[in-house]
Design a protein around this ligand. Structure first.
Ligand code: 5GP
Ligand code: ZN
Length: 115
């Protein structure tokens, strides 16, 4: 757990969140400011600051995160229509929380390229 990390505080239960899925390593909860009908954040329970810090030993953790993201999309009925999985990395990408999080967005047509 990192000091003063919002998402570590969600993992510990200090900060409430609308949790939709969880297992021993990964947690998924709805974004507080949703940008689409489905907007869920999938995070590792362990503190990893950003996707830029990922290394080969995170392989199993990443597989667990993507598996949970796909399950969340399926539970929201987004498999047929599709969905987007996004990691924002650093300031130009708009990363605002320095704890790794995979955005799951779906339920509307998403523009490409992103703004
Ligand atoms: P980023 O901009 O870093 O890629 O994504 C951070 C996301 O966290 C944003 O979409 C923002 O709305 C969401 N967020 C920030 N604070 C909270 C919070 O306290 N609870 C929840 N559920 N989401 C949050
Ligand atoms: Zn953290």
């Amino acid at each position: 757990m990192a000091v003063d990390c919002l998402f570590c505080r969600i993992v510990s239960g200090d900060v409430a969140a609308d949790v939709v899925a969880q297992d021993e390593r990964v947690l998924a909860f709805r974004d507080i400011n949703p940008q689409a009908p489905t907007h869920v954040l999938v995070i590792p329970r362990e503190h990893v600051a950003s996707a830029a810090d990922l290394a080969e030993h995170h392989g199993d953790l990443l597989a667990a995160m993507f598996s949970m993201a796909n399950g969340v999309a399926a539970a929201d009925g987004r498999v047929e229509t599709g969905y987007r999985l996004v990691f924002n990395v650093g300031p130009d990408a708009g990363q605002s929380v320095d704890h790794l999080h995979l955005h799951v967005l779906g339920g509307r047509r998403l523009a490409w390229p992103p703004g």
